[in-house]
Design a protein around this ligand. Structure first.
Ligand code: GLP
Length: 251
């Protein structure tokens, strides 16, 4: 493990989310005060839910405005329209965007309905939009059972950029209950690449529960390898794991 990758273990996920949300709110205020929008990279899955709830609370209490925030989501399922309840666009709308003052034109999520020849151009345009916004100030991450960040499944190169990816069978199995069966889970997605994610200036990876303990340990202390894309964070100058006691129990 390199010295720059830090680990913070909290009594529970509420504690962790309160701490991180306060830090992100103060980062947004600091960047906005310097005269530019703050650029946040956002994640989906069950893990970030209590963090988004905390951001919404800070917003309601007048401590955090999203009026000068630009967001880029990590990924989206291929073949799902934004109106599908399991699409990451619908998830973000429901769990965060509808409840804060973000401008719709400042929200970026890959389009799951691009197909064929348009796909490469769409991914290139996503990368270009991140660059045009000045790069990502803060990137939020969860971790999948395969050690993936975004949908960078085992074998995703360190330099990979936004592209179409094939989902690992383990990842599809984990998603099956919310889709009402494995056959309903998309086989592919569009995901920011490891290289895209690692360019974020500050990164926080969240993990809760005993089920994440082994992969968290592997990511933090195992070899840096494309078999566990979260292990690339060991080389990032400002990445922190926010864990509850159970997720940190194998360290
Ligand atoms: C999906 C998402 C990841 C997320 C992972 C874990 O694969 N693409 O961004 O980290 O699920 O999900 P959960 O937080 O529900 O455990």
């Amino acid at each position: 493990m390199t010295e720059s990758l830090s680990v913070r273990v909290f009594a529970d996920r509420s504690d962790a989310c309160r701490t991180l949300a306060a830090e992100v709110a103060s980062l947004v205020r600091r960047i906005n005060d310097s005269g530019r929008p703050a650029v946040l990279g956002l994640a989906t899955g069950r893990t970030p839910l209590p963090f988004y709830a905390e951001l919404i609370r800070l917003h309601r209490e007048g401590e955090l405005s999203f009026s000068k925030v630009i967001t880029f989501n990590l990924d989206e399922y291929l073949g799902l329209p934004g109106t599908h309840p399991e699409s990451y666009r619908a998830f973000m709308q429901r769990e965060l965007f509808a409840q804060v003052d973000i401008l719709p034109e400042n929200v970026h999520i890959p389009d799951g309905m691009v197909a064929g020849e348009a796909l490469e151009g769409h991914c290139g345009a996503y990368e270009e939009a991140i660059r045009a916004a000045g790069g990502i100030d803060f990137q939020l991450l969860g971790i999948g059972r395969t050690g993936h960040i975004g949908f960078n499944e085992p074998g995703s190169p360190r330099q990979s950029r936004t592209r179409m990816v094939e989902l690992d069978p383990v990842t599809r199995q984990d998603a099956a209950p919310s889709f009402g069966g494995l056959e309903q889970v998309p086989t592919h997605a569009i995901s920011m690449g490891c290289g895209t994610i690692l360019e974020a200036r500050k990164i926080a990876l969240l993990a809760w529960g005993a089920g994440k303990a082994a992969i968290v340990r592997e990511a933090l202390t195992g070899p840096i390898s494309d078999q566990v894309s979260a292990s690339f964070l060991q080389e990032h100058p400002d990445a922190t794991f926010y864990l509850d006691a159970e997720a940190g129990s194998a360290l």
